[in-house]
Design a protein around this ligand. Structure first.
Ligand code: FES
Length: 126
């Protein structure tokens, strides 16, 4: 098979809640949510990329990369508003698609993504 020289995948480093770093290869065109799941990275993604949750919240560590991403849609912004620990460079992982320019990007997972944390409700054990 002939090999193309154009990049077909990029390297992305995920930084977990505990501060562990994991660098993975992400094929161009794949979302960060899918890539995380394929590599056993704890990124929830409760709605599987349909912009109905905020559990796939990631923080782009470097503004340079953040600026290279497509602008978030209104739906994404609405969901991000609900995300715990929102930052200036927060995005929803399912909306960030790998492209060659993003090679070397670092994404941090926020400390808590649970939806019930919003109002501080803790389910009681019985
Ligand atoms: Fe639900 Fe990304 S997985 S918005």
């Amino acid at each position: 098979m002939a090999k193309k020289t154009r990049k077909r995948w990029i390297e992305v480093t995920f930084v977990t809640k505990e501060g562990d770093r994991k660098t993975i290869r992400v094929p161009v065109g794949m979302s960060m949510l899918e890539a995380a799941h394929e590599n056993d990275i704890e990124l929830e993604g409760a709605c599987e990329g349909s912009l109905a949750c905020s559990t796939c919240h990631v923080i782009v560590k470097d503004e340079k990369f953040y600026r290279m991403l497509k602008e978030p849609s209104d739906e994404e912004n609405d969901m991000l508003d609900l995300a715990f620990g929102l930052t200036e460079t927060s995005r929803l992982g399912c909306q960030v698609i790998a492209k060659p320019e993003l090679n070397g990007m670092e994404l941090a997972l926020p400390a808590a993504t649970r939806n019930f944390a919003v109002d501080g409700h803790v389910p009681k054990p019985h």
